[in-house]
Design a protein around this ligand. Structure first.
Ligand SMILES: NC(=O)c1ccc[n+]([C@@H]2O[C@H](COP(=O)([O-])OP(=O)(O)OC[C@H]3O[C@@H](n4cnc5c(N)ncnc54)[C@H](OP(=O)(O)O)[C@@H]3O)[C@@H](O)[C@H]2O)c1
Length: 280
């Protein structure tokens, strides 16, 4: 357990916590004392339980809650389920997301458009609206929405991998919508004690699902690829601090806060904040 139990007594709900960035953030928040409700779809119930057990083995409080977030009825009960298991949700990490279609913008069909916005925009908003009344009443809350640099299109003509970049237009649009919702909500919540921010990797965070892209990018742009610990560190900064309405890029946030990079235990320093060199 980390020496700094800054989140002791807090309860966090982390979606998409069966692997990747969500699992790393859940572990990091737990290392600072938060009890964590981890959620993922029924597809990954086993991995979700393994993530829960990993936190428990390190001495943290954790529950796993299987929930298909594309299903409005199922997600409508998620915050209440987390609260029944662990107590009032103080911290909501909207991390789960997906890509329903890789298609050029001229050809994206209606079903794919609906699916992408359902999971990447409507689900986070629904969870926020469930958790917010309690956070407001208690005068303390933290919401972090996971975003992506694909929310903006690189300059045209794009120098490399143009097809790939264009094929992410719909995914990027769903993240751009989430960013705009985040800043609007932050303005509405100003002064309430509830802080809402978005967080994105500079380019690629080395999750299992991004591994192939990470390997390709590392060959030509090694600075594009970052370890999961960096996203977990940045998420922790947003939760522990008083940032409001930021669309924060992980490494820029660490540099601005002069925060060293820690392992997921929250204690062991594994990187330098200013150069962001990772020690291994
Ligand atoms: N990795 C990157 O380089 C990168 C870059 C930019 C932005 N991001 C953003 O960061 C977040 C996490 O990325 P990641 O790479 O760690 O993702 P990931 O490895 O694909 O994991 C996604 C998580 O979300 C869950 N999930 C997906 N669809 C779901 C559904 N319909 N219902 C419930 N849970 C669902 C997955 O569980 P199931 O297996 O059960 O579906 C999994 O736990 C996402 O919001 C992503 O858009 C990542």
């Amino acid at each position: 357990m980390a020496a700094e139990p800054t989140l002791r007594g807090r309860v966090a709900l982390v979606t998409g916590a069966s692997r990747g960035i969500g699992r790393a953030i859940a572990r990091r928040l737990s290392a600072h004392g938060a009890a964590v409700a981890l959620s993922a779809s029924p597809r990954s119930a086993e991995a979700l339980n393994a993530a829960r057990d990993e936190i428990r083995a390190a001495g943290g409080g954790a529950e796993s809650l299987v929930c298909e977030l594309a299903d409005a009825e199922a997600r409508g009960a998620l915050v209440a389920r987390a609260e029944a298991a662990l107590g009032a949700v103080d911290i909501l990490i909207n991390n789960a997301a997906g890509i329903s279609a890789y298609a050029p913008p001229s050809k994206i069909d209606l079903a794919a458009r609906r699916a992408m916005f359902e999971l990447n925009l409507q689900a986070p908003i629904d969870l926020i609206q469930q958790a917010l009344p309690g956070m407001r009443a208690r005068g303390w809350g933290r919401i972090v929405n996971l975003s992506s640099d694909t929310s903006t299109q690189p300059p045209i003509p794009y120098a490399g991998g143009a097809k790939f970049v264009h094929a992410l237009a719909l995914y990027g649009a769903s993240k751009a919508a989430l960013d705009r919702y985040t800043t609007g909500l932050a303005a509405e919540l100003h002064g309430s004690g509830v802080h809402v921010n978005a967080l994105l990797p500079y380019k690629i965070a080395r999750s299992e699902s991004a591994e192939q892209v990470a390997r390709q990018a590392a060959a030509t742009h090694p600075d594009w690829v970052e370890p999961l610990e960096l996203m977990a560190e940045a998420a922790y900064l947003l939760v522990a601090g008083a940032h409001q309405g930021e669309i924060a890029v992980s490494r820029a946030l660490l540099q601005r806060c002069q925060q060293p990079l820690h392992a997921l235990d929250g204690e062991t320093v594994i990187g330098d904040a200013l150069s962001l060199v990772q020690f291994s």
